[in-house]
Each structure stands twice: as C-alpha cells, then as structure tokens.
Design a binder for this molecule. Structure first.
Ligand code: GLC
Length: 585
C-alpha cells in the first residue's frame, strides 16, 4: 500500500491494554480488585507504553457473570468504588495520553435491571423490552422441562451459551424469557424502538463523560432471526449458530452509527460464532454502514476447543496462520483487524499456543512478536506482558466461572460426564478462570494483589513471574513488550505495511514481510518466528531483500551474525526464536 492511500487513524497506531478490574489490583482488602487499584497503576501502564485501556464492566451488577450482567448502566459497582473514583481514573489516564474505552453490554441486562423488573410486572412501557413467549406443549415436542408448569416445554430448542436451555420460566409473568447467556442475563428486544433509544442514550451519556470508545459485548447477537426458529439441522444447537449476524443487525448498528458514533472513537465489536462471513465483517466495519473500527472474531480461539468445555481438539500452526491470513486478506482494502491472543474469556496464550515450561519466556516473546507485527491493532490482556500462564486447578471448588461450572455440573448430572476428574485436563486447559486469576505484581503473598483473601486463587508461580521481578530484568517478557510497543511508534511499516505470508503451509515457522511504499522508496519488515522447541533452518525466498538489520529478537545472539544470515538468506533459528528485521530502500 502506498503512503498516500493510507487511511490514518489513531486507533490503528495504538496498543490497547485490557483490564479485568476484579483481578487487577485491590486497595481495600476485600479480595476484589477495584478502581482506586487501577488509579494506583496508571504509571505502570504509562511505563509499559500502551495507548488505550479497555475496562471490562464496572457498572452496578449482581455479578452472576462478573459484571456482564448489568443492573444499572450509569452507576459503578460498590465493590469497585464510586463514580468519583472512575472520574479520577479517566483523568489520570488522559493526563498520560492514555485513552479509555468502556465495555458496552447491551445484548442483555441483568434480571435485576429496572427495565426487567418492570417488564416482568407487565408495565405497559416495558413489557416488550425482552423476549417473552408462551411455552410449547411438552408432549408434542417430546421435551421434559426441568422448570415451568407441568406439560410445558420452552418456546424453542435454543441452548444458552452457558449450557442448558436458553429460556427461563418466570413465575410472576407466567411466561418464558430468552437468555442466550445465564438465566440472570435476559436478552433485550432490539426490535423495540425504545430499547434502541435507551441504549443510544446511555452511550451518549458515557461519551459526554469523556470516554474514547466502546468494546461491544456479543454485539452480533442483538438481532434475532424472525420467529425465533430452531435450526432445522441441529435442534439442540440452535443457539450456537442461529442468532448470530441476525436479519436486522446491520440496520441496528448503522442506526447506532448515525446516532452516536464518530470515526474518531475506537469501537470494537465482539462477534460470536464459529466463523464470521467476510461480507458481514466488511459491513460491520464500513464507515457508511455500521462504522465500527474493529471486530473480535473467535476463529483462532476455537481451534483447540472441542464442542463442549470438557473437550479439546488438536490444532496446528498452519491452521492458526490460515485464520490470520484469511482475515488480513479479507480486510486489506476495507476495514481493519484487531489482534488478540488472550482476553478475560480465554486461557493464557503461553499455555495454549506457546510452551509454559522450559521455553515460557521465549515462547511468550514469539507470540508477542506476532501480535505486534501482524497488521492490525494489538490488544494486550493484563498479565500477558509478564508471560502469565494457566492456573494449576486441582478441584472443581477452585473455579468461579459460570461458563465452566454450569455446563459441567449439568453434564455430570445428566451422566454425560462421569466426574470432574474424568475431564480435568480439558477443563483446566479451557476454563475462562485461567485468565481471571489475580495480576501478579510481586513475589509477596497473594502476588501483591490484595491484603485480604483473594476472590479466586493466585497462581503459585507468582514467586517467579511478577511485575517487580520482570521490571528488574532487562531480558524479561515485560521489557520485550515495551520494546515492541516502542517499535510500533518508531516505524510506520509496523502499523500500515502490507502483510505477505511466506510459508503458509509450514507447521514450524511463521514468517512474513510487511511492506510500505514511502516517499523515498520502500520500508519493510521481515519477521521470522520459530514455533517449536527445536532448532530450525529457514531459507528465505529469493525475492525477499537481503539487506536489513535486526531491530528486535529474543535471543542474545550477536546481532551482526543475524544480519549476516539475512544477507545469505539462510537463517538458523533457535527454539522459539523470534527475529524482526527492518529494511529501508
Ligand atoms: C462476552 C464476554 C463474556 C460474557 C458474555 C456475556 O463474551 O466477553 O465475558 O460472559 O459476553 O455477556
């Protein structure tokens, strides 16, 4: 891409840091992180060099799903602090030129939200704010419901993402309501104009407070298919594929775009589903349609997952590359990619795609290099910059997450799974709780996260892996992240260069170039990453220019040797070695 064709945006040049407040830093000793705890760490974020903070939900919530069940969009959860604390946080971030994006969770609310209470009570104005339906004749559909009146089955066969039917029976209204997530997370009815109005107003309200954008939770679920039909091919899996990218989703989002969005905000929509068709993706991102800056898809996150939380599947490097290659190509001309390998819903990337044993440090750096040198905006999840790993869960009572506990308990009850022990390895690998163990600040008790009893276990490896130790060690993962972030600032090609994969089928090495036409010629990166614990020889194709200098790597080799290797085109990579060369011609 030539320099003059580039659509420059601050959010393309930025690195985003995601904070899960419950697990970040606790200042009042209740074992739960809080907003004053984040304020205390803004200098930490500034030193790391990130440009944006994405704050997971901090609104009032009964915490059935750790804040993703919102009871009041305009107030702060007591456990996390007050609105004044939040305002201090915003000011402290803005003082350091760090922007703030909030989590917008509007596919559903909490069942304790005022709208739901009124809807359940049949209040005229709110009765259609949610999806209320009569049950079906249980005999006719051969379904023995575990709740609701005798002889009644839920209105359709959709399953909740958290296991079990997607419908709950309400004794007060004597009808069923839809919840694609927990029963305490009823889905809002976006067909209702007033629901949309309310959402746009609350977004405006936060923009007026000075935020810089939103991450939009499961936003491709807001439009439900007409008549809420079952998926004919999969009567029990209907909820998994049925309601994504529904018939009116672009209409609703473009209305949001017209009403409240601005191209200068960072907006990133979370898009559930095994695959997001590229035509949809482009519409989500088209400034004249839905106008989101970016989206999160799940294609790489599903590679090693089985259908259920207690199942795993084999993945290969070429499959992982294929996902990123397809997305880079798909959005090369229109749209922009987000890049993430971790978040609060995913196990730790080092345990998953790297090596959390002997090569933890090296493999964390390989993955970091990938994240920061592909084309797109990198999202760093708290603790990732330390190379934090999965937690060694030993028993079911160590888990906190509904998405682990609900499905597993149901499966054990139904006899589908024998016991926790029978599926321990997979649950351990898959659980969202891996991401939610406290941030490791120091080698002290509870990793310096809290002086109280932490709400979830602290990883015992905090004695070795922690902020204090890594900041003191120039060769740490933390310093490497800092260097990568600085590289993005230094070279335009890191942000805007075209991406060209070199050996797409190779299962050991991920190599690519990034190229940007400049006023005086061309600027290029050559990135070579070894994804194995063995030495690997790489022969670069002839058309990759041979001149360049190593600007970042994770082995303390002689840089001159590395440059000499580039000149010959024959590279010998150490286990989990990462090299980034820069060329300008
Ligand atoms: C998103 C969130 C997740 C939450 C779910 C329901 O996937 O990231 O944490 O449980 O939506 O709101």
């Amino acid at each position: 891409m030539a320099d003059s064709d580039i659509e420059r945006r601050w959010w393309k040049e930025a690195v985003v840091y995601q904070i899960y407040p419950r697990s970040f830093n606790d200042t009042d000793g209740d074992g739960v992180g809080d907003i004053p705890g984040i304020v205390e760490k803004v200098d930490y974020l500034d030193d790391l060099g990130v440009d944006v903070v994405w704050l997971c939900p901090v609104y009032e919530s009964p915490n059935a799903d750790n804040g993703y069940d919102i009871a009041d969009y305009r107030s702060i959860m007591d456990e996390f602090g007050t609105m004044a604390d939040w305002e201090r946080l915003l000011a402290a971030l803005h003082d350091r030129d760090i922007r703030l994006i909030m989590d917008l969770v509007v596919n559903h609310t909490s069942d304790e939200h005022e709208w739901f209470l009124k809807s359940r009570a049949g209040d005229d104005e709110y009765e259609d704010f949610y999806w209320w339906r009569e049950g079906r004749d249980a005999e006719a559909v051969d379904w023995r419901a575990t709740e609701g009146p005798d002889g009644e089955a839920p209105p359709n066969a959709w399953r909740s993402y958290f296991g079990g039917p997607a419908w709950a029976y309400d004794d007060e209204r004597e009808e069923w309501y839809l919840h694609l997530f927990d029963r305490k997370q009823p889905d809002l009815n976006w067909e209702h104009e007033r629901v949309r109005e309310e959402v746009f107003e609350l977004m405006e309200w936060w923009f007026e407070k000075g935020i810089d954008g939103f991450r939009m939770d499961v936003i491709n679920l807001i439009s439900k298919p007409d008549g809420l039909p079952n998926d004919p091919d999969d009567p029990f899996g209907g909820a998994m594929t049925g309601p994504t990218n529904g018939p009116r989703v672009h209409e609703f989002l473009s209305e949001m775009n017209d009403r409240v969005l601005d191209r200068d905000y960072l907006t990133v929509g979370e898009m559930l589903g095994p695959e997001i068709p590229m035509e949809h993706a482009r519409r989500y991102l088209n400034p004249d349609e839905d106008g989101l800056s970016m989206l999160f898809h799940f294609e790489h996150m599903l590679l090693d997952r089985g259908d259920d939380i207690w199942e795993r599947s084999e993945w290969s490097l070429s499959e992982l590359k294929a996902v990123f290659n397809r997305w880079d190509e798909g959005l090369a001309e229109e749209g922009w990619n987000s890049l993430y390998l971790n978040n609060h819903d995913q196990p730790r990337m080092v345990s998953r795609f790297g090596d959390d044993g002997e090569y933890r440090r090296e493999s964390a750096k390989v993955l970091a290099t990938l994240l920061h040198t592909l084309r797109g905006t990198p999202y760093v999840y708290q603790g990732e910059e330390l190379g934090m790993t999965n937690y060694p869960f030993e028993s079911l009572d160590e888990f906190r997450d509904v998405d682990t506990l609900n499905p597993l308990r149901n499966a054990i009850e139904d006899g589908e799974v024998e016991s926790f022990d029978a599926v321990k390895e997979a649950i351990r690998a898959n659980s969202r709780d891996n991401a939610r163990t406290p941030m490791q600040w120091s080698a002290e008790e509870n990793a310096g996260f809290t002086e109280g009893e932490p709400w979830i276990g602290v990883n015992p490896n905090h004695e070795e892996i922690n902020v204090a130790a890594e900041r003191a060690d120039p060769d740490s993962v933390w310093h490497y992240y800092r260097d990568l972030i600085a590289l993005r600032e230094e070279y335009d090609v890191v942000v805007y260069g075209d991406y060209e994969p070199l050996f797409p089928e190779d299962d050991a090495v991920w190599a690519y170039t990034r190229t940007l036409a400049t006023a005086d010629g061309e600027e290029r990166l050559v990135v070579v990453l070894n994804f194995t614990d063995a030495e690997v020889a790489v022969g670069l194709p002839d058309d990759v220019p041979r001149e360049g200098t190593l600007v970042l790597g994770n082995y303390a080799d002689d840089e001159m040797d590395d440059d000499a290797e580039l000149a010959t085109g024959d590279l010998l990579l150490q286990p989990w070695e990462a090299r980034v060369y820069h060329q300008s011609a």
